[in-house]
Design a protein around this ligand. Structure first.
Ligand SMILES: [Zn+2]
Length: 108
């Protein structure tokens, strides 16, 4: 486990940084996150790359900066680690992004 704030490493099982009180993330999650946690929010999750790419194109078309985070979900070891794809936008764009995503899903 790693503190996203001060980058201290902790053994598994600890949920909070003893230095700053931040919620710890897994090493995998931390490495996948090149952006600062507190400025970005997850607006959509899916398991298909094309779906995330399609959303990214739509959101970027609306002038919203998008980060796509792909990781294996270790909670599904039976199926060999299901891929989880998270679509992140900056907090200031979260509301607009959610509206765009809702619209896209409506028209499907
Ligand atoms: Zn910390």
């Amino acid at each position: 486990m790693i503190c996203p704030n001060c980058e201290s490493e902790y053994v598994d099982g600890i949920a909070e940084c003893t230095d700053c009180g931040s919620e710890l993330v897994s090493a995998e999650e931390f490495e996948g996150n090149l952006v600062h946690h507190s400025d970005w929010v997850i607006v959509y999750t899916c398991s298909e790359s094309f779906e995330a790419d399609m959303l990214k194109a739509n959101l970027e078309g609306a002038g919203i900066e998008v980060t796509i985070l792909k990781q294996k979900d270790s909670s599904y070891p039976a199926v060999g680690g299901l891929a989880v794809i998270k679509v992140l936008v900056q907090k200031k764009d979260a509301e607009t992004a959610s509206e765009i995503i809702t619209d896209i899903n409506k028209t499907e």
